[in-house]
Design a protein. Structure first.
Length: 134
């Protein structure tokens, strides 16, 4: 399980329960307590949770998970959707894309296509892995 996937799972558990104990979360995620302490420290540094004795509590604000965490959710399904969507765009057609992790995968799939030349404004869509290899 990648760090971002684990963090996403931690934050979802925390959103559901409001509080997590390290030992319980370690059992649930099948990782060591030391790994969870490091995760809690990093997420607290990012102000996504508050550390308490023995665990963590949810921050008092609502949040939307950053893109790097969301992209770890259902990656194979997003790639399948992206491949199917990219296959619908033919040479000479214009495709308008909005934001989102699945849309980012569509942009990447289109960028790999020889028949499409992207003009993108969103940095996640223009980041590594989004450009066609010549």
């Amino acid at each position: 399980m990648s760090r971002y996937h684990r963090w996403n799972e931690l934050l979802e558990l925390l959103a559901t329960t409001g509080q997590l104990q390290v030992e319980d979360a370690a059992r649930t995620l099948r990782v060591s307590a030391a790994t969870l302490w490091r995760d809690f420290d990093e997420l607290a540094h990012q102000q996504m949770l508050t550390r308490i004795r023995g665990g963590a509590v949810a921050q008092g604000v609502t949040y939307d998970l950053p893109l790097r965490y969301k992209s770890e959710r259902h990656p194979s399904q997003k790639r399948r959707i992206a491949t199917a969507a990219a296959g619908l765009v033919k040479a000479g057609q214009i495709a308008g894309l909005n934001g989102g992790t699945t849309t980012t995968e569509v942009a990447r799939a289109l960028a790999r296509s020889a028949s499409w030349s992207p003009t993108l404004a969103s940095s996640p869509m223009t980041g590594p892995g989004s450009r066609r290899q010549e």
